[in-house]
Design a protein around this ligand. Structure first.
Ligand code: LLP
Length: 421
């Protein structure tokens, strides 16, 4: 459920008309709903009720400072994957003890930054990373709390580019080698081994792969405890999918997921951490764009928008489906017609949807891409020298620009001309 609904035939974000935001900030833009962000965070938080837990929002999904503060104020921790994200989390007021550091390629500088600034734990992904973390911690005279990310070799049944839990993926250490790696870690004076981490992929629409992975983690917990390790925390990653295609989707709810966690791991008495990104931010955001032209082609028509693949890359990159709806609700009985929906970028890949059934639209009409709050603005670029589009946050009847569109001068002046030119 989200808070983007038609009222009297016009699309609203909470109590603000989308057309009012468009008139104020220009198109294209992203708009996020505070109520939806908070609703999704609380769904997870409530789903883990009864177990000691922390929901660490995977801020890679949407790392705007205002989004982070909204969630942090509700009690969320953060899952970060770079020094930049660590700095953003701290700037949003998140204390180090609520920040988890994930990622396969943490640099010495990033490790130092987090050890000096405070960290809940590092999710270590390889032996060489473990050695560097141990060395940096010893240099600083501190002990780094760690989990080891294990790769359970489970097929997450999602798009190949976002599956991470198969042995062929670069993530984690093979679960079969876990005992050996935990023994190595326990012998390192700069490390304090506190738990196990697993994350098998993103946009999972079935609970079965989670269940397979978590049963393996449960077994590993018992084995490692028998080996003498103090396993008190399980980080279960993110990955729960959202209904991109409303007409034919029914993904599991956070409450189903919470029940699965209870069932597979509850008896171990560990503190549970989860790292959802998409399910918190995805349906809390729209990308709004204006129709520039309606073009007739050979056997098909094109709706050419002012938004493009640089603004929302998911369709081009993952063949992702986004619902695209008109901002003015079509009158009942208007027959939809198939049309290709494209952006102005000079690549055929700049196609949002092919032969999508849409009500008749004309230049100047607004459309909204649903489920664009996660992996939307954060993955955008200025390709074709198109400025990064603004982000707007709505709360009830208020809205505010939370990242402004850069001016063309700002964009051009980021470049510098060498002396010899
Ligand atoms: N934890 C770790 C270690 C991750 O790598 C990820 C996502 C998450 C948590 C959050 O997963 P979520 O709950 O959002 O599924 N750009 C792609 C998605 C990439 C996901 C990368 N890792 C997309 O637009 O579909």
């Amino acid at each position: 459920m989200d808070h983007f609904l038609y009222r009297d035939g016009a699309l609203y974000a909470e109590d603000v008309a989308i057309s009012e935001i468009a008139a104020a900030v220009g198109t294209p833009f992203y708009v996020y709903s505070t109520a939806t962000l908070l609703r999704h965070f609380h769904l997870f938080d409530d789903a883990l009720d009864g177990m000691e837990h922390l929901v660490c929002y995977a801020m890679k999904a949407n790392s705007n400072q205002a989004v982070l503060q909204t969630l942090a104020q509700a009690g969320a921790g953060m899952d970060v994957v770079s020094g930049g994200e660590y700095r953003r989390a701290r700037a949003a007021g998140v204390p180090g003890e609520r920040i988890v550091f994930s990622g396969v390629g943490k640099t010495r500088d990033e490790i130092r930054l987090a050890l000096e600034g405070g960290i809940r734990q590092f999710n270590v992904e390889s032996e060489p990373e473990m050695a560097i973390l141990d060395a940096v911690a010893q240099e600083l005279g501190v002990v780094a709390p760690i989990t080891v990310r294990v790769n359970p070799d489970v097929d997450a049944k999602t798009h190949a580019k976002i599956a991470t839990g198969k042995s062929e993926n670069k993530f984690g250490i093979p679960i079969a080698r876990a005992r050996e790696v935990y023994a190595m870690a326990a012998a390192m004076p700069g490390l304090d081994v506190i738990g196990i981490d697993v994350h098998i992929g993103s946009q999972l629409t079935d609970l079965a792969p989670f269940e397979q992975a978590y049963l393996k983690v449960a077994e590993l917990t018992e084995t490692l405890r028998a080996d003498g390790h103090r396993i008190t925390r399980l980080d279960l990653g993110g990955g729960l999918g959202i209904p991109y295609e409303r007409s034919n989707a029914d993904p599991p709810l956070p409450s189903d997921y919470g029940a699965l966690v209870q069932r597979t791991l509850g008896h171990l008495g560990c503190e549970i951490e989860i790292e959802p990104g998409r399910l918190i931010a995805g349906n809390a955001g729209l990308m709004v764009s204006e129709v520039i032209y309606v073009k007739s082609g050979e056997g098909r028509d094109f709706l050419i928008l002012d938004g493009a693949m640089n603004d929302l890359i998911r369709p081009a990159m993952y063949e992702a489906y986004h619902d695209i709806i008109p901002v003015i609700e079509p009158a009942p009985g208007v027959a939809p017609e198939p049309i290709d929906i494209v952006g102005p970028v000079c690549e055929s890949g700049d196609t949002f949807a092919k032969q999508r059934n849409m009500p008749p639209l004309v230049a100047g009409d607004l459309v909204a891409f649903r489920s664009a709050g996660a992996y939307g603005a954060v993955m955008s670029s200025e390709y074709n020298s198109r400025p990064l589009i603004p982000e707007v946050l709505v709360k009830e009847d208020q809205f505010a620009v939370i990242r402004a569109r850069p001016t063309f001068d700002e964009m051009i002046n980021r470049d510098t001309i060498p002396e010899w030119l």
